[in-house]
Design a protein around this ligand. Structure first.
Ligand SMILES: [Zn+2]
Length: 65
């Protein structure tokens, strides 16, 4: 599964990690960062930490993968 980081800050001051198919992932390429292709969302976290410190997995897409 391909994972992306949304560059739009969420309400609780975190940035969310999404899968490529998530409806919450911004469509525009300048509003998201490609993290990589991983077997599980947990592997996307160290990559996402290179960009932002406060992160969370999207409850709708990442948790289910
Ligand atoms: Zn999502």
């Amino acid at each position: 599964m391909r994972y992306y980081l949304s560059k739009i800050q969420a309400d609780d001051d975190t940035w969310e990690i999404h899968t490529v198919n998530c409806r919450h992932l911004p469509k525009e390429n300048d509003q998201r960062i490609y993290l990589g292709d991983f077997s599980h969302c947990i592997h996307a976290l160290p990559v996402a930490k290179l960009y932002f410190r406060s992160l969370r997995f999207c409850p709708e897409c990442s948790i289910n993968t």
